[in-house]
Design a protein around this ligand. Structure first.
Ligand code: DGL
Length: 260
């Protein structure tokens, strides 16, 4: 394994930065390629068939170009739909992002858990399975919101995000999940709105998979060589990105921007 072989992160947009953040803390010298399929954004309103074709094909191109040591599907929608297809298509380890229902069930006292994801994620059998295995004694209420994904993108472009818009986006969940004490952020865009969500759902603990994924990456790359110093990360887009995203990318160490 070459020391400069990167970790490849993949999402439809900026959501995967919520996974990249904790990974950079754990592995500060890891070379990073962050790929955003902004030409295919948003994923949450797409069909299973479309994503199961699109995502593995893109990952194959990215692996060919960057020769990463490991790929991270930093997107719940792509992971819950296309993880098996991606693993079949690639010959490197692939880490997926799955809704953090297990840790949520471990801490919920009221046994009412909200799962906030994209419309595509919350309808997946994968979520039924996680619920049955880890939260069978809980009331698990799911809500899919495309508006919240757009708000997270807007926030990272530097646009103001109103508390009212976030409140409206999760209102159906708050209404139907009375007594909810834990909310699973089952879309990687949503931890980017943690403060706004805390204001809209006060007293509700937010759980997401970012730190667990970082630990998993650390485990899968244990013993491997890394460069002696941190390097500039690359952000790669499937079509020209909005230049207003540049400062946010910069904050995550992604100082080189290119297109696929
Ligand atoms: N960030 C993605 C997720 O975790 C998807 C957002 C979208 O493109 O709809 O589900």
């Amino acid at each position: 394994m070459l020391a400069d072989a990167p970790l490849l992160f993949f999402d439809s947009g900026v959501g995967g930065l919520s996974v990249l953040g904790p990974t950079r803390v754990l592995l500060p010298n890891a070379p990073i390629v962050y790929a955003a399929d902004n030409a295919g954004y948003p994923y949450g309103t797409k069909s299973e068939e479309e994503l199961a074709q699109r995502v593995p094909a893109l990952l194959e191109r990215l692996v060919e170009r960057f020769a990463p040591r490991l790929a991270v599907m930093a997107c719940n929608t792509a992971s819950t739909i296309a993880l098996d297809h991606v693993r079949e298509a690639l010959d490197i380890p692939v880490v997926g992002t799955v809704p953090a229902i297990k840790p949520a069930a471990e801490i919920s006292k009221t046994r009412v858990i909200g799962v906030l994801g994209t419309e595509a994620t919350v309808r997946q059998p994968y979520v039924d399975d996680l619920t049955a295995r880890f939260a069978a004694d809980c009331r698990v209420v799911r809500h899919g919101s495309a508006a919240l994904v757009n708000l997270a993108e807007a926030k990272l472009r530097g646009d103001p995000v109103s508390a009212g818009a976030v409140r409206a986006a999760i209102a159906p969940l708050i209404e139907s999940a009375s007594g909810m004490d834990v909310m699973v952020l089952a879309c990687t865009h949503f931890p980017l709105l943690a403060e706004e969500l805390a204001e809209a759902a006060p007293g509700v603990t937010q759980v997401d998979g970012g730190a667990g994924i970082a630990r998993r990456i650390g485990f899968l790359t244990r013993g491997q060589a890394w460069p002696a110093e941190p390097s500039e990360g690359t952000a790669i887009f499937t079509r020209d990105p909005d230049p207003r995203l540049i400062p946010a990318l910069d904050r995550f160490g992604l100082t080189l921007v290119d297109s696929l």
